[in-house]
Design a protein around this ligand. Structure first.
Ligand code: UTP
Length: 408
């Protein structure tokens, strides 16, 4: 029996096709599919007919960045402030590892990727090594929160356990799962990934704070005295985590968020740049950057929008709690989505074939009352692994690791 509420919901959103194989399913599978339909927020699907909603921006103006020279001058003070906060346990690290890494195309979670050449060196291992450097300097462990999704949770947790968390004490590592969203074809029809299951994908990295809170970890973090969360992507193997100089600068400048940035290597480089939007901190994505903004100059004659974000932010927890109820824009992203074809066979596409729906952490910056863009040296801190080869790939990251003295 299919409840009326399910029939009505599917008809309201034009998704009746997800019941195509209903009669072939076992009782348990039927129940699971009906539960999934009930639990899925289908209102987001209407965004397919209006895919530009997320990118309507306000008035853009420059936001001053703290550049390398200024950091150098104040380095001792920033480091001492940062280390003091870390020693007191005020900084938690949040690893965003819920993504599917479809561009890299590995079946395993990205963090399990072995980038070693003469020895094993996993992406997770690089990150934990980088965190351990700071632990040693501060002589204090830092709580590490790891966001996974239902698609990679099991693989991630069992891998890290098997590797004994690369030497990091287990009691300082806390996993939580992010939410999922349906995935559709280009006309907004939800794909099936099994006869009894709609295709879903993680709902973007913007939901990290809500998911962390729902998992009961915000309460724990508060008990442990955490006042700042340093969130970072899984794929930048040169990433400095809970970097004392960055923590200290953000605190000393009385900002509620710090954003690590690199100087762009070309005006049209594909990174989001820091700016003010209607007077509040914000990020313009590269595809939103008009020629006028790309060519704008500051008072020194340098490009006015010249610093790109690298997905390493330090958020004040009080401010996160203040903004938690505000909605983030929904991004509709073209991705490769495994699906059942007309004959009911599973297809793993080589090219994007539909839409995923995501909230992005970069949109949280615009909800913050103040932000410190903090420049870092690209060659020392930015080696993202997005693709198999070429730009931001395993190859380019290996080169940068070698330059930084890491044996591969
Ligand atoms: P990316 O933007 O590179 O997305 O994520 P992705 O889904 O992992 O990779 P592609 O685009 O399919 O190749 C940047 C960071 O945000 C995390 C990723 O794990 C990575 O650390 N992320 C992304 C999440 O934690 N959840 C998501 O839903 C999406």
């Amino acid at each position: 029996m299919i409840p009326e509420s399910v029939k009505n919901k599917l008809s309201e959103y034009g998704q009746e096709h997800v019941l195509k194989y209903f009669d072939e399913l076992t009782d348990n599978e039927k129940k699971a599919l009906l539960d999934q339909i009930e639990a899925t927020d289908m209102s987001i699907l209407s965004a397919v007919s209006n895919p530009d909603t997320a990118s309507s921006k306000g008035k853009i103006s420059p936001l001053k960045c703290m550049e390398l020279s200024e950091i150098k001058e104040n380095e001792d003070s920033f480091i001492s402030t940062g280390l003091k906060a870390i020693k007191k346990g005020e900084v938690g690290a949040v690893l965003l590892a819920g993504g599917m890494g479809t561009r890299l195309g590995s079946d395993n979670p990205k963090g399990m990727y072995n980038i070693g050449l003469t020895r094993d060196l996993y992406i997770f291992e690089c990150l934990i090594n980088n965190l351990t450097d700071v632990v040693k300097k501060a002589d204090a462990y830092i709580h590490l929160f790891v966001m996974t999704s239902e698609k990679n949770h099991e693989a991630t947790t069992s891998f890290l356990k098997e590797k004994n968390f690369f030497g990091y004490p287990e009691k300082y590592i806390h996993f939580f799962k992010q939410e999922m969203a349906p995935a559709t074809d280009y006309s907004g029809k939800i794909y099936l990934e099994e006869k009894g299951r709609m295709a879903t994908s993680p709902n973007g990295n913007g939901g990290w704070f809500i998911s962390l809170s729902r998992a009961g970890l915000l309460e724990k973090a508060r008990e442990w005295g955490i006042k700042w969360f340093n969130i970072f992507a899984v794929d930048n193997v040169l990433q400095k985590i809970a970097d004392p100089v960055f923590v200290g600068a953000t605190i000393e400048k009385n900002c509620v968020v710090g954003a690590k940035v690199v100087k762009k290597n070309a005006p049209d480089e594909k990174v989001g740049v820091m700016c003010l939007e209607d007077g509040k901190p914000s990020i313009v994505e590269y595809y939103e950057l008009t020629d006028e903004l790309m060519n704008a100059k500051d008072e020194k004659g340098d490009p006015a929008y010249n610093f790109g974000v690298i997905l390493n932010y330090l958020f004040e927890v009080d401010e996160l709690e203040r903004i938690v109820k505000e909605e983030l824009p929904l991004h509709i992203v073209k991705k490769k989505i495994p699906y059942l074809n007309e004959s009911g066979e599973l297809v793993k596409p080589e090219e994007p074939n539909g839409y995923k729906f995501e909230n992005l952490v970069l949109d949280m910056i615009h909800q913050m009352s103040s932000c410190l863009p903090f420049e870092v040296v690209r060659e020392k801190e930015f080696a993202p692994i997005k693709n198999k080869t070429g730009v931001d790939s395993v190859e380019s990251a290996r080169e940068l690791l070698k330059k930084n003295g890491v044996t591969l």
